[in-house]
Ligand binder design. Structure first.
Ligand SMILES: *Cc1c(COP(=O)(O)O)cnc(C)c1O
Length: 500
């Protein structure tokens, strides 16, 4: 199977190349030239297997230039016993009637990005070994919080890689800062940037494309690569968990093999829900893909009208990982729906860049309304969903998951469609203690310190906080460097031990 680009469908590269490069040089995103199929018989065969076995089977359908032995080693490394706090890796929990939650936060950082970022380093080093060997892969990340920590955990002590993370000095939560600055591993570097997230991201982009810097790295046996969510190597691990969750529902008798389910996903960059779309395209019996947004509801409007318009107010919400106005992975969906017409994509995304707005064709609009439903909720409704779900069903969810729960409840009330549903849960509630406590005990929070709040939430909810978060308490801070935004290149050289 080959991979092509959303902006140049004549391009053909292997999956190894797509994963190593991350993004196509024409500015497009890589995707497979054909979508492998998954039959009811395939599902029957997967049902009795564990997560890792299922992952190997599904990945092999997309990554045909990796050998089964290579994929097996990648999967065993990523989801090794002890890395995820659940043996099921991504367990499905029934909260009531036909409502099931897919918990994607059992990994080292307690958020769903671990599902992909634990696997990507293995896919990447295997690929670069096959393609060019001997070169050390240098991953540069600019982060507003969650991605940086998940990438650090994923790449920590992976041979043949170094990872350098830049975060805005005053733009991440105290817990996120602590998670990053205490990171262990001999190949990791973390540096604060005097500025905001955009400054950090612009600095990283400038370094990536600076020819003098790239040359200097090459002379030292290194090459940059990216771990951002546009990389196909982050998308493909996400397809696995939807298929695995379906198998779990069949195994538990909640549904029969072949029966349709709905899937609801709290969405930001459109990566997670796109993976569910690919699972459906493969043949997984999914009826509706329900896209849930917070107050930054650019996707709700797009799915309902076919007009994407980022010219709007940007809200800071209690579900910060979904505070996004440009959902990069939407480009892949539109490429599929417009009949893989790269000229269309170049036109629409050219308009997005120039005017911040584009409108898709009628044919794409009608396919979108067949496939998707969309809704959004504000912070007050998010809080209400946390409180309501806990009081009625004893299930504690984080703010992002609560957005999905709230949007699903609206969908059910509006359509009466009570098909069994799988709601993607993207973070541990203990990662967003302050907001979750506010929802359960409005105005009565006692502690202001992160660890105090963890204990308070444990007491209020009767749930135990993940050990990974509690363990941060006495951990030694390893990284204290702060860089001017103009001097991030120096920070890169210094972390890599290259003299200028
Ligand atoms: C990244 C993230 C999301 C959004 O996922 P996308 O793939 O960007 O749509 C939702 N919830 C949490 C907790 C996240 O970290």
């Amino acid at each position: 199977m080959n991979y092509t680009s959303t902006r140049d469908k004549a391009l053909k590269v292997s999956s190894c190349e797509a994963i190593t490069k991350g993004i196509s040089s024409d500015g497009g995103l890589f995707l497979p030239t054909e979508i492998p199929s998954l039959t009811a018989d395939d599902i029957s065969r997967l049902v009795p297997l564990g997560y890792k076995q299922r992952a190997k089977d599904i990945l092999a359908r997309f990554l045909t230039d990796y050998t089964p032995q290579e994929l097996s080693a990648c999967v065993e490394g990523a989801y090794a016993d002890g890395k995820f706090s659940s043996e099921a890796v991504a367990p499905v929990v029934n909260i009531h009637d036909g409502v099931n939650v897919l918990e994607l936060w059992k990994g080292p950082t307690c958020a769903f990005k671990d599902m992909a970022l634990q696997l990507l380093p293995h896919l990447l080093t295997t690929a670069s070994g096959k393609l060019m060997s001997d070169t050390q892969t240098v991953i540069l990340v600019a982060t507003s919080g969650d991605t940086g920590k998940a990438a650090l955990e994923g790449f920590s002590d992976v041979a043949g890689t170094k990872i350098l993370v830049f975060y805005p000095n005053d733009g991440v939560s105290p817990m996120q800062k602590l998670q990053m600055t205490t990171q262990e591993g001999s190949n990791v570097g973390v540096c604060a940037v005097q500025g905001n997230f955009d400054d950090a991201q612009n600095g990283v982009k400038a370094i990536f494309t600076d020819e003098a810097i790239v040359k200097k790295l090459r002379e030292n046996g290194c090459a940059f690569s990216s771990a951002n969510s546009m990389n196909w190597g982050r998308l493909v691990p996400q397809i696995v968990y939807y298929i695995s969750a379906y198998c779990d529902l069949v195994a538990s008798g909640a549904i029969a093999n072949g029966e349709k389910i709905n899937v609801t996903v709290p969405t930001g960059n459109f990566g997670n829900i796109l993976a569910a779309y690919y699972a459906k395209r493969m043949g997984l019996p999914i009826k509706k893909l329900i896209c849930a947004s917070n107050a930054n509801n650019v996707l709700t409007d797009f799915i309902n009208t076919g007009i994407y318009d980022r010219n709007r107010h940007f809200y800071l919400t209690s579900s910060p990982s979904m505070d996004i106005l440009i959902s990069s992975n939407l480009e892949r969906l539109l490429f599929e729906l417009c009949g893989r017409d790269d000229a269309c994509i170049r036109e629409w995304f050219g308009k997005l860049k120039a005017e911040g707005r584009y409108e898709v064709s009628d044919s794409v609009k009608s396919q979108i309304s067949d496939l998707f439903a969309a809704g959004f909720c504000d912070d007050a409704a998010t809080k209400a969903a946390i409180k309501d779900t806990f009081e009625k069903y004893g299930y504690l969810c984080d703010t992002h998951t609560a957005v999905a729960v709230s949007v699903y409840n609206d969908y059910l009330a509006k359509t009466g469609d009570d098909t069994p549903v799988l709601i993607a849960s993207t973070a541990s509630p203990f990662k967003f203690c302050s907001s979750v406590l506010d929802a359960l005990k409005p105005g009565k929070k006692e502690s202001s310190d992160e660890f105090g709040m963890i204990e308070e939430l444990e007491a209020v909810s009767g749930c135990l906080a993940p050990a990974q978060l509690k363990a941060l308490k006495g951990k030694k801070v390893r990284f204290t460097d702060v860089s001017e935004k103009e001097n991030m290149d120096r920070a890169v050289f210094s972390m890599l031990g290259i003299t200028e």
